[in-house]
Design a protein around this ligand. Structure first.
Ligand code: BG6
Length: 486
């Protein structure tokens, strides 16, 4: 048996895609709450009022002009507002997790449920109580919560009034939130992740910054690195038992050819978009290649005297990462692009792809595990992996999702192989969207990842009734056998 008895088997979700209850118990709006639904070919959009108070809707990727304030427009459907309604179904849903045999549940806390504006002095008791109830219910079933402190979340007020992560004050507001949750959930939550997929936070919806430029982007990252490091220091001080990790989107990348120029390009891309982030958070300092790159770009970051010390003292305890697909670095300007987790990469002719065009590559998971382990020698946790696919419900309420089982089976086989053959230290596996939820990339419902089906469509219609898919029973056996029966 290659996996330890303590191996975390579970599933993952995020508040803005699953929780709903957007207007319950004094919760404030987050930037994710002004995002519309989209599709694979139509980007999600965001809604604003301009300086004259006129409603404006624009693409997520576009720059948001100064003076625009994120706002909800009448008659527009926003998928995060009810999502798949964990808020009102948490007992039922945790019972499903328990039935499958989860011993871990990765979820995120909604910042604005605790501090509705982000800069409030006092937290909201009802919000804190909601997560108390959730954690108590999990613990009752022997499920350890693993909490992402910030999963694609920014209080709308901080974006509107402070320019989000561009403003150094945001660090203090974030720390106030961290302190409250570390204190409150001490003893209930031991595993934390600071920022979800830190390396792909890149637009208004995740950073809350108007008129985003490269310089502002790196300044925001500097603030986020500090916020994460300070959270680690604080979390350890409040409870030395806390294990606080980083979270990286790990897209394994390959050079398209053996042309050394192509190999050099792959290295450059991997460092700039991936390892820069884990280098800072695991080693505690900016890597030289990035310092030099920023110099060449004439980007000089505004730093304070003790920033370096904070980064050095606030290194993480483990690396959580998401893995869905690999990508190809190509020198060709006309390379055909495949879709993928948040970024588009050149298509790999050796791989099959999902209904949404993401290329399926289980071996890439093994390569990712080995690359991260070799580079940092730090415990790893696969906190997201899975297949977004169309599901069909049969007349008798069954969902035969053999394609999902096939995807997961191959990935679990690979993770076991590298633990066994290479001795990689792997803490656990929490596949994404263990229950159907709203897609982050497209805002759709029909892109489903779950073991549990939720009756809801792309416009939010449906009973929200839950159904066990075939993969539910399959994963249950995988967990029971500690990964031996695939
Ligand atoms: C990651 C995110 O990018 O991938 C999740 O951490 C997201 O929030 C997941 O849902 C899958 O992406 P998508 O676009 O299929 O929802």
């Amino acid at each position: 048996m290659s996996l330890s008895k303590e191996f975390f088997w579970g599933g993952a979700t995020a508040a803005n895609q699953y929780e709903g209850g957007c207007f319950e118990a004094g919760r404030g709006l987050a930037v994710s709450d002004i995002k519309t639904a989209g599709s694979m070919t139509t980007p999600r959009r965001m809604t604003f009022l301009n300086e004259q108070g006129k409603p404006i809707i624009q693409n997520k990727e576009n720059k948001v002009p100064q003076g625009y304030k994120g706002a909800i427009h009448e008659g527009v459907y926003y998928p995060s507002h009810t999502a798949t309604d964990f808020y009102h179904h948490y007992k039922e849903d945790i019972a499903y997790m328990a039935e499958m045999g989860f011993n871990c549940y990765r979820m995120s806390i909604s910042w604005t449920r605790i501090f509705p504006n982000g800069d409030d002095v006092e937290p909201i008791e009802a919000g804190l109580k909601f997560y108390d109830d959730v954690f108590d219910e999990c613990l009752k079933h022997g499920i350890a919560p693993m909490v992402t402190i910030n999963h694609f979340e920014m209080p709308l007020h901080l974006a509107n009034e402070y320019d989000g992560w561009l403003n150094r004050k945001t660090i203090n507001y974030f720390l106030r939130y961290c302190e409250v949750i570390f204190q409150r959930y001490k003893g209930k939550v031991k595993h934390w992740l600071t920022f979800n997929e830190i390396n792909i936070l890149r637009d208004y919806s995740s950073l809350g910054i108007h008129d985003l430029t490269a310089e502002k982007h790196y300044q925001a990252f500097h603030h986020i690195f500090l916020a994460s490091a300070k959270a680690v220091i604080l979390g350890h001080a409040i409870d030395p038992e806390n294990k606080i990790g980083m979270m990286l989107a790990h897209i394994a990348s390959y050079s398209e050819t053996c042309d050394p120029k192509n190999v050099a390009l792959e290295l450059e891309v991997s460092r700039k978009f991936k390892y820069f982030f884990s280098d800072v958070q695991c080693r505690g300092y900016y890597p030289s290649y990035m310092i030099k790159y920023l110099e060449r770009q004439n980007i000089s970051l505004v730093k304070e005297a003790d920033d370096e010390q904070i980064l050095c003292n606030g290194t993480v305890d483990y690396i959580g990462f998401s893995y869905y697909n690999s990508g190809v670095a190509s020198l060709r300007k006309d390379a055909e692009l495949a879709y993928g987790n948040q970024v588009r990469v050149a298509r790999n002719p050796f791989l099959e792809e999902s209904d949404w065009g993401w290329q399926i590559d289980p071996i890439g998971l093994g390569i990712s595990l080995n690359s991260l382990w070799d580079r940092y020698q730090m415990p790893l946790c696969i906190v997201e992996n899975g297949l977004g696919a169309y599901d069909e419900v049969t007349q008798d309420g069954k969902i035969h999702d053999e394609y999902r089982i096939d995807y997961l089976r191959k990935h679990i086989h690979e993770l076991k192989r590298v633990v066994e053959e290479d001795g990689v230290e792997l803490m656990g596996y929490t596949p994404w969207g263990w229950i159907d939820l709203v897609s982050a990339g497209t805002g759709e419902m029909k892109k489903r990842y779950g073991f549990v089906y939720v009756d809801m469509d792309d416009e939010g219609n449906g009973s929200k009734k839950r159904y066990r898919k075939d993969s539910f029973y399959w994963y249950q056996k995988v967990i029971q056998s500690n990964g031996e029966e695939l």
